[in-house]
Write a protein that binds this ligand. Structure first.
Ligand code: ATP
Ligand code: MG
Length: 187
């Protein structure tokens, strides 16, 4: 006999601020899991990628399959300040500033159940965006909106504001054993 599945409704609905940080693998994929879960409930999801990597990731296409509930905006030029980066700091900062403006617009629109700001924590660490800008997004969000901020090195003030903070600890990563990034797992 199949178990009857309950459809829970919280007594008090609350929009949460969730931070996913740390050096281990699983921050962006965790945020994508939240998007998948929320769309299942018919919620609208806006996924904004600060600092896009230069590899085409599967989620760019899978999010399209979750349309019209989910949408993704890739705002960055790729890794900032590491070897082979052809862009100036000011160019990266300009992109990140556009991402902040878009995030503000989406967050305050009231049209979404979940807004995900992927890699915003490292953008702040690299000074592509400023702390008051990030705090303003958190403080200005509608009460029922869930806001997810991912990326390494989350700022202490951002962690303080959040309701849920997870730090993913790296135990080991295949990359360090000389294994190249693999489709479906790494991108
Ligand atoms: P994912 O997108 O897999 O959830 P992430 O968002 O936690 O990873 P990022 O710092 O955004 O991690 O890095 C993205 C890419 O770098 C992924 O291909 C991931 O496998 C790889 N990566 C993540 N953590 C590490 C690590 N500690 N060492 C080497 N490569 C890593
Ligand atoms: Mg990531």
């Amino acid at each position: 006999m199949e178990t009857e599945v309950k459809h829970l409704e919280p007594v008090k609905k609350t929009g949460l601020t969730v931070v996913i940080t740390g050096n281990g693998k699983g921050k962006t994929t965790s945020a994508l899991g939240i998007a998948l879960r929320a769309v299942g409930h018919g919620m609208k999801v806006c996924f904004i990628q600060f600092m896009k990597g230069d590899i085409h990731s599967g989620e760019l296409d899978s999010i399209k399959r979750l349309a019209p509930e989910a949408e993704m905006h890739v705002m960055g030029k790729g890794f900032c300040g590491i070897m082979g980066d052809p862009y100036k700091f000011s160019e990266h900062r300009e992109d990140a500033q556009k991402a902040i403006a878009l995030a503000k617009e989406k967050i305050t629109s009231g049209a979404y159940g979940v807004v995900i700001l992927d890699e915003i924590n490292n953008s702040l660490k690299l000074k592509l965006v400023d702390l008051p800008q990030v705090l303003d997004l958190i403080d200005g969000k509608p009460p029922l909106l869930h806001l997810v901020l991912t990326g390494r090195d989350a700022h202490p003030e951002v962690k303080k504001r959040a309701d849920t903070v997870s730090e993913i600890v790296e135990i080991k990563h295949a990359f360090q054993q000389g294994i190249e990034p693999q489709k479906g797992i790494d991108y």
